[in-house]
Design a protein around this ligand. Sequence first.
Ligand code: NAD
Length: 502
Amino acid sequence: MQAPSRVRSVGHFIAGKEQGDDAARFGDIYDPALGRVQSRVAFADDAVVESAVAAAEAAYPKWSRLPLGKRAEILFAFRELVKSHADEFASIVASEHGKIVNDAGGEVTRALEVIDFACGLPHLLKGELSESVSTNIDTYSLRQPVGICAGITPFNFPMMVPIWMLAPALAAGNCFILKPSERDPSASMLSARLLQQAGLPDGVLNVVHGDKVAVDALLTHPRINAISFVGSTPIAHYIYETAAKHGKRVQALGGAKNHLVVMPDADLDAAADAIVSSGYGSAGQRCMAISACVTVGDCAEPLMERIVERIKGLKIGAGHDASNDMGPVVTAVARERILGYIESGIKDGAALLADGRNIRVPGYEDGFFVGPTLFDRATTAMSIYRDEIFGPVLVNVRAKSLDDALSIVNASPWGNGTSIFTRSGAAARKYQNEVQAGMIGINVPIPVPVGYYSFGGWKASLFGDLHVYGPDSFRFYTRGKVVTSRWHESNAGMNLGFPTHK
Ligand code: NAD
């Protein structure tokens, strides 16, 4: 659908100014609840990306040398502005993404945690010093900014994920170019404006919008030194390969199929609450959503009953109404893809216990809604189990024992997050020790680490080594330097042997 010509346009943010009304290409931004175009976003070409890099380069010498306390002061001011604009962020996210406004508010809260941590930059950028590593010689290490860094982010957390990257990158003294999802770009524009208001010099953060054209220009640009990416696995893999080939450090977080194992001794009401919240919250469009249950022993029947009962009570509707539990999915294409998976689950013989295909939301008949859907007796060969559906579709696989459950989970190509519900400390310890995933929950459904730990998965859920936000992000966004120095009045003399500590 083409946007009407009067609609508001979202432009780029380069050198402190919004621009892009004259772009050659635009993308449509939908209101997913109404199923209608509400605005449009300018798409960047190589020249726009080049101007963002030039703005970042011009700002870099001053920003990277700014006293640490001054950088921290700007981040503290930004933190206060984000807090006071939390409702505005939540309403922007609800309108472009479709999630319920208080769920969007949770995203803002988690982003604030990441900013809080980044405000500790004077401490986080400390090096180490060893006195007298040899006679009159001291050695010390420094962490220096990487230079110009870029981030490419997904649609599903349009406010929080950009902050995961830009807060630590800026704190560490880098200049940053953000390419947010073209589906819901407005939250990033508000962040850019608030950072400017907080005192961030122009050019330190630039936002360019667009699709593969803009992304490729960033990945191949000779003066961009680091790329952070969050999105689907095939694109993460492409980003990792392409950016590495162009000499950049890369962290590329991919998709997921997160498993929740329920042991027969678990509190089944608590497990059912957790599964429904994490499986259907944000219409299943979270990289940490639980999309596969693994029920051990005889707990499948009573657990499925409890989940079905809870699904019946869920209220589906538009994101701006906080009394709703679940909103639409992001696009018509996503809706069709999800409906296709439900059809294939039925065809493959899984037991459909809740069917979200024919949901009708009065007043929002054209919205991209899919109701909560539950399959029991799925097998690991079925596409509803194998693929990341990224919608409100939960599948249950039955396992005989904890070992059986572990081998199912560990055979999955993904390893983002996983949880176990049990009353047994031994089972929980065995699970957290042997499961191959980056983030583990024990009687907790979505184990997203707090802002002072780091976030990342294993296997096809992350290409690269360092995780995002928290301590790892300060390693990713800095380069190490080790200085060996001798300050002494006397000459050490000539010695052609390899220096030793004697
Ligand atoms: P996506 O991979 O389609 O898009 C992510 C970004 O890549 C967007 O900015 C998009 O413009 C860009 N992009 C898309 N196609 C591209 C191409 N061919 N070449 C270059 N760039 C391209 O992901 P999405 O649909 O926006 O987000 C949902 C996905 O993100 C899910 O798979 C979800 O699991 C994943 N995700 C992962 C995490 C995590 O932390 N591991 C967090 C959030 C989302």
